[in-house]
Design a protein around this ligand. Structure first.
Ligand code: SAM
Ligand code: MD0
Ligand code: SF4
Length: 363
């Protein structure tokens, strides 16, 4: 559908997708197998066309607040897994409030409150409810929570107290691979929490890792698995080997496969949120991800913050360059603009995305 296809036909492919055409497994296999730069560029072109139809040049921005790096789990890929002997922190309420106040002035659409599965909060979930309530009070912004797996009752309490979005990445929908990645954790419980959250009114995000033992068949399984849950946001991140973890010595893949998958996600989920994470390759990497069809920038952290990212491409760098001002400046050089808060709130309120009409002359 992409190879041996000229520009006019590519526009037709984009129009088909916009009109609701669904990709078959053969299509997915073909797209994920592309290796020639020219073909991959065509795929990105179609993905951008589809994205621009629904979102024009508008981008959403999420601030990332990793408020506790303690964790009871043992994910093979994660720097913060309980077996890794690293320095950890847990912010207290005053620190959280002061960060929330700072975020308010940063021109972002949502705050992402992330933690490891910290027993301090998981054994006494009302503590986390208090955090959500405080951040809502300070910012008035939509709140994403990324707390790991929480039970139905807690998810309900959190929703009632201001949490709008649940980010909970399955990493893979291939059960065998899942057991190797999320060692000792239940596949079904993780899926259930996302499903339950969606049913009670949250927006939800699912996500997969690539470069972590997934071949094309396994990636297709994951894409179909995500499709089943009809998430509001879908992500793919390249696995970055982390010091002190079981997968430390695995070779890191280039971002090529992630960029292809971002485009494929755009064709499968035309009007959904798809992030370009700054955590992997910073602002330069953001440009490639937006050019592949993403429409959200995540992991924005103010330049004076000492909080962690999840992967931290900038762990060794002296200067951090992933604050909202630098992001917006770069977006503008690409002809893109931050969306308005009202546009984002419509998504949070689950109103259908109104397509932006493409003038015939631009096709
Ligand atoms: N503890 C919560 C959980 O696991 O759901 C919240 C943290 S969650 C935001 C951490 C996510 O970052 C993982 O789900 C995974 O997708 C991603 N991640 C963690 N370590 C990574 C690595 N080494 N390379 C790429 N992505 C990674
Ligand atoms: C990111 N570091 O977007 C964040 C994180 C959690 N909801 C998001 C993985 O890259
Ligand atoms: Fe803990 Fe989340 Fe890292 Fe797994 S991915 S070890 S649950 S912080």
């Amino acid at each position: 559908m992409i190879k041996n296809t000229d520009r006019w036909d590519l526009d037709t492919v984009a129009q088909d997708i916009i009109r609701g055409h669904k990709l078959t497994d053969d299509d997915l296999r073909e797209l994920l197998s592309l290796t020639e730069e020219e073909d991959i560029e065509k795929l990105h072109y179609v993905a951008r066309k589809v994205r621009d139809h629904f979102f024009s040049n508008r981008v959403f921005l999420y601030s990332f607040v990793y408020f506790s790096t303690h964790c009871r789990n043992n994910c093979a890929f994660c720097y913060y897994n309980r077996c890794n002997d690293i320095e950890r922190y847990r912010l207290d309420m005053d620190e959280i409030r002061s960060i929330a106040r700072a975020v308010k002035n940063e021109n972002i659409h949502m705050v992402d409150l992330t933690m490891g599965e910290d027993p301090y909060f998981h054994n006494d979930p009302e503590r986390f409810v208090d955090v959500v309530r405080a951040v809502k009070e300070e910012t008035g912004l939509p709140i994403m929570i990324s707390p790991g797996v929480m039970d139905d009752e807690t998810l309900t309490r959190l929703h009632e107290n201001g949490a709008n979005f649940l980010a909970l990445y399955q990493e893979t929908h291939d059960k065998d691979l899942y057991q190797k990645l999320r060692v000792g954790q239940s596949f079904n419980e993780r899926n259930h929490a996302r499903e339950f959250a969606k049913n009670i009114g949250y927006c939800v995000e699912d996500g997969i890792l690539t470069g972590v033992g997934n071949d094309i068949a396994s990636t297709i399984k994951s894409l179909r698995g995500m499709e089943k849950g009809q998430p509001d946001m879908v992500r793919v991140m390249t696995f970055v080997p982390q010091e002190g973890t079981p997968l430390e010595k695995v070779d890191q893949e280039s971002s090529l496969s992630e960029l292809k998958i971002i485009s494929v996600l755009r064709l499968m989920f035309p009007d959904r949120l798809i992030p370009a994470s700054l955590d992997l390759e910073g602002i330069d990497g953001m440009v490639h991800r937006l050019n592949a069809g993403a429409n959200v920038v995540t992991s924005i952290i103010s330049s004076d913050s000492s909080l962690e990212g999840v992967v931290n491409y900038d762990r060794e760098l002296e200067e951090r360059d992933r604050d909202s001002r630098s992001v917006i400046k770069r977006l503008r050089t690409m002809g893109m603009e931050p969306a308005s808060q009202a546009e984002f709130n419509r998504i949070i309120e689950k109103q259908p995305v109104k397509p932006v009409r493409i003038p015939v002359a631009a096709l």
